[in-house]
Ligand binder design. Sequence first.
Ligand SMILES: CC(C)(COP(=O)(O)OP(=O)(O)OC[C@H]1O[C@@H](n2cnc3c(N)ncnc32)[C@H](O)[C@@H]1OP(=O)(O)O)[C@@H](O)C(=O)NCCC(=O)NCCS
Length: 471
Amino acid sequence: MVFLRGVSVLSKIRSRLAQQSATLGSVRWLQIQSASDLDLRSQLKDLIPEQQERLKKLKSEHGKVELGKITLDMVIGGMRGMTGLLWETSLLDPEEGIRFRGLSIPECQKVLPAALPGGQPLPEGLLWLLLTGKIPNKDQVDSLSKELQSRSSVPEYVYKAIDALPITSHPMTQFASGIMALQVQSEFQKAYEKGISKAKYWEPTFEDSLNLIAQVPVVAAYVYRRIYKNGQIIPSDESLDYGGNFSHMLGFDDPEMLELMRLYVTIHSDHEGGNVSAHTAHLVASALSDPYLSFAAALNGLAGPLHGLANQEVLLWIKSVVEECGENITTEQLKEYVWKTLNSGKVVPGYGHGVLRQTDPRYVCQRDFALKYLPDDPLFQLVSKLYEVVPPILTQLGKVKNPWPNVDAHSGVLLNYFGLSEARYFTVLFGVSRSIGICSQLIWDRALGLPLERPKSVTMDWVESFCKKAA
Ligand SMILES: CC(C)(COP(=O)(O)OP(=O)(O)OC[C@H]1O[C@@H](n2cnc3c(N)ncnc32)[C@H](O)[C@@H]1OP(=O)(O)O)[C@@H](O)C(=O)NCCC(=O)NCCS
């Protein structure tokens, strides 16, 4: 009964998402493309002048329009609710969740090309969408898959840099070190040293970004096989797409796992610009640091437990529940366990969000996937039970702004079901996916000529004196 109530909440969210798809027509420059143009770079080249013009016009006509008030609470409270960034690739609505270039997750699942009929979207399609604002056709996605394959060769020194670290170091440390080593090949850095004109910054940024996106799964798979599979590396399968091949290189060839990886990489890619990893990349890149430097910095933020590491924490926490109470845990036992976690001064991982105020649609689509492929999995059933138990308890605390589950509440049990059970590795998967969103925006940062980021900071003395004067 309680479970059914939870499902009906999810159905409400789904029907709202369906209603919102009616607004699709209002998306500014979204369109399905003709089959001819397969070259992503030349498409961008055509789009950039019109977007530069658009920004120039906005600045000259509306540059002094106020977008909101800044209160002291916002300054002390981690800039929550403060509009302060331009981020073109996606927008997060507190109630309905993420839209990639105007498209919700269910809409992406409907319109982006898939590997299987009616299957999950191919992440390459999302990359095309994020970069161009246009829905690619299957030929374009296949051509981008091939292009990424052709850019995926990782230099030997990258593996050596990773091998220099103790095998016990956290997978995110090994992954970020590998990305730093990739920086040696940066086209942007070389071009900058040669004195490239500002108007052309986006071109080597595009080269670096595509190389980086192509190589992150190879580096990530190396880290996984090094730590957990005695260093037995699995070569890339060129017949596979980006997500499918990543799963293959990790060692998972079950077609359902390939589908999961496509979904996983698609939905974790971008979550507008203010989250720790995206904002970090944008900030670092604003100093004209190249995409490798910027993305490596983002990964270090993603490795924090309040951000990307939460997916690791969720599975470890769920497994600790099972260890202590068994798989057939009652609702009462589960409530007790949640209170025990809170009373020991910890957060319930996978619940809450800095912006969202509803169940994360990234959670909903993973739940749909679980209902299709693993409805009887005991850990999935536990995740469903938690959906009933946790929100009322967090609400009871009186301070949690969003008691609903986020993306991380679900991902771990899906991966675990297909055998990828090493929770400490999960944030690396998140990082692979984030390269797509972050790099897409970095290209636009340079194309639009966005400046060095430099907000003003103040001291408590300054605030006290300002508030006295204002009183
Ligand atoms: C995501 C998160 C960091 C957002 O933080 P936020 O924007 O500050 O959230 P809120 O404004 O709702 O926080 C208000 C209070 O509720 C607490 N809170 C929020 N989510 C909570 C959770 N899941 N469990 C327990 N307490 C929580 C906060 O710690 C804060 O407590 P404090 O005032 O004593 O410091 C927070 O919800 C959290 O820690 N969640 C668990 C980790 C997680 O899943 N992260 C992945 C996010 S995608």
